[in-house]
Design a protein around this ligand. Structure first.
Ligand code: FRU
Length: 495
């Protein structure tokens, strides 16, 4: 078995590990990092990769360039956790050290097989940065023990030639693998030679020899030119497809970020790859959410984590030598044709200092004793009665505030960081349709040092955004034009 894998640690991997080791303490000890969202030790991070359970623990890898605060040839960073909240940093898992991946080890997935941790990822080469048509992407395997990973000696295992007819040779990436019965299946993001986005299905009995099954879907130029990071799973009777499309035209509320993320509900025919879907919806209406990936928890929950960032926006922590975070992992369920998202229940173990108000009548502008802070979990139910506009301002301080507002007439929830002090250029305001339920709006707000995750109507609608307000901006303020009735539970999160 040994000779099936490249042995030893390559120079580029060794170098990356040493670099991170040297730099990390200084950065990890910075006070103004997030407390319960995963961040890179140092440098740049994008997509979550290889989110999986191995040997009874959760593992998370990520697109990683430790040497700078911007994207560069991708490594796989690596952390693990017992409870999905506290992550332990592990040595860099993959570095681009083979001829088929000189441009980086791109996104992929992980799973446990016979006590081994198997990674499947994309090898990216870009021999002529002036001309993108030379880019090639192939699929590769690596196998490890939870810390060290060896690449399969006969990589790549899915080559460019194994793409379906009329494929663009430059875009073929982000394998997500799952097992059904005795067979492994893998979906990949790709596109046609005429820039129509595609998701492809492959299958294998041994993880090494893969055969193309068919097209799961194609955009036909109507829904973007490339579908990145597809994910697929069966949940509550539905075959759910998640993906991160590029180039989708925005509509009134949707697809406002550089690239969007969507979920589809439907049924997959495993023999033909035909995916009969009846619904597609944007996954998260926030300003920072991309490339989500899911796994199954130890106790059978479907969990999702995403990059809490949008492409091509400035990230103010770059001055400190690190950028970007992951979302908090979320539990997914399907009900009434909606994919619900809810913060993993493990976060509740870190709640402390409950402050509760029941049936409190609020008009005008009001602050509530004990309701403030930057690391909080707050759920509230608002009976809107005759009010037209209800607002919660968070991270409020001198000359700065972030506003969550509900417009009753339009049944629209908005998130506004234009006055937040973040200094982010570009999009800073978004709206999301949220129908009232029996005249009520329920919200859960999770705040970390630099983020606000919003879950409306029990997680039927979510909005996730970064906010880089001054650390002294900790006030929370409520406002309403007419009297509303409010029930609030607010905890500090002590992570
Ligand atoms: C998505 C993505 C993936 C790719 C990776 C490269 O954000 O573009 O498609 O594998 O990032 O870092």
């Amino acid at each position: 078995e040994k000779e099936l894998f490249i042995q030893g640690t390559s120079e580029p991997l060794q170098q990356a590990r040493e670099y991170v080791e040297k730099k990390k303490d200084e950065i990890i000890s910075l006070k103004d990092r997030n407390r319960f969202h995963h961040m890179p030790e140092v440098g740049w991070m994008n997509d979550p990769n290889g989110f999986s359970v191995y040997d009874g623990e959760y593992h998370l890898f990520y697109q990683y360039f430790p040497y700078d605060v911007k994207w560069g040839p991708m490594h796989w960073g690596h952390v693990k956790s017992k409870d999905l909240i506290k992550w332990e940093y592990l040595p860099v898992a993959l570095a681009p050290d083979q001829s088929y991946e000189t441009g980086g080890c791109f996104s992929g997935s992980a799973f446990e097989v016979d006590g081994k941790h198997v990674l499947m990822y994309t090898g990216h080469t870009n021999p002529n940065p002036e001309d993108e048509s030379y880019v090639r992407q192939v699929q590769c395997l690596a196998v490890g023990d939870g810390v060290n990973y060896q690449k399969y000696i006969q990589n790549p295992i899915i080559k460019t030639e194994e793409m379906p007819p009329h494929s663009s040779l430059t875009d073929f990436r982000d394998p997500k693998v799952w097992k059904k019965g005795e067979t492994y299946y893998c979906i990949l993001g790709s596109k046609s030679d005429e820039n129509s986005a595609r998701v492809l299905l492959y299958k294998s009995e041994d993880l090494i020899h893969w055969t193309y099954v068919g097209l799961v879907g194609e955009s036909n130029h109507e829904f973007g030119y490339m579908w990145e990071c597809p994910d697929f799973f069966h949940l509550d009777g539905e075959d759910v497809l998640i993906m991160s499309p590029q180039g989708v035209p925005e509509d009134e509320f949707r697809h406002k970020n550089t690239n969007t993320t969507v979920y589809c509900l439907g049924h997959l025919d495993y023999d033909s790859a035909h995916y009969d879907f009846r619904k597609m919806e944007e996954l998260d209406y926030g300003l920072d959410f991309y490339a989500p990936q899911t796994t199954e928890s130890l106790d059978g929950r479907r969990l999702m984590i995403a990059w809490m960032q949008s492409w091509h926006r400035n990230m103010p922590t770059d001055k400190q030598g690190w950028v970007s975070s992951m979302t908090l992992p979320r539990e997914l369920t399907v009900k009434d044709d909606i994919l619900y998202q809810w913060p993993v229940r493990e976060i509740e173990n870190y709640r402390t200092n409950l402050v509760r108000f029941e049936d409190l009548l609020v008009t005008g502008v009001q602050q509530l004793a004990g309701v403030e802070g930057r690391h909080i979990d707050m759920d509230l139910t608002v009976e809107l009665n005759d009010a037209q506009r209800f607002e919660i301002k968070v991270m409020k301080g001198e000359n700065q505030e972030t506003t969550i507002a509900y417009d009753v007439d339009r049944e629209v929830l908005s998130f506004d960081r234009r006055q937040s002090g973040s200094g982010i250029e570009g999009l800073n305001y978004r709206e999301m349709p949220v129908p009232l339920k029996d005249g009520k709006l329920s919200l859960r707000i999770l705040m970390d040092t630099y983020s606000v995750e919003l879950f409306a109507q029990q997680g039927a609608h979510t909005m996730t955004s970064t906010v880089y307000a001054d650390l002294t901006s900790t006030q929370v303020e409520f406002a309403s034009d007419k009297e509303v009735k409010l029930t609030i539970n607010k905890w500090d999160l002590a992570v």
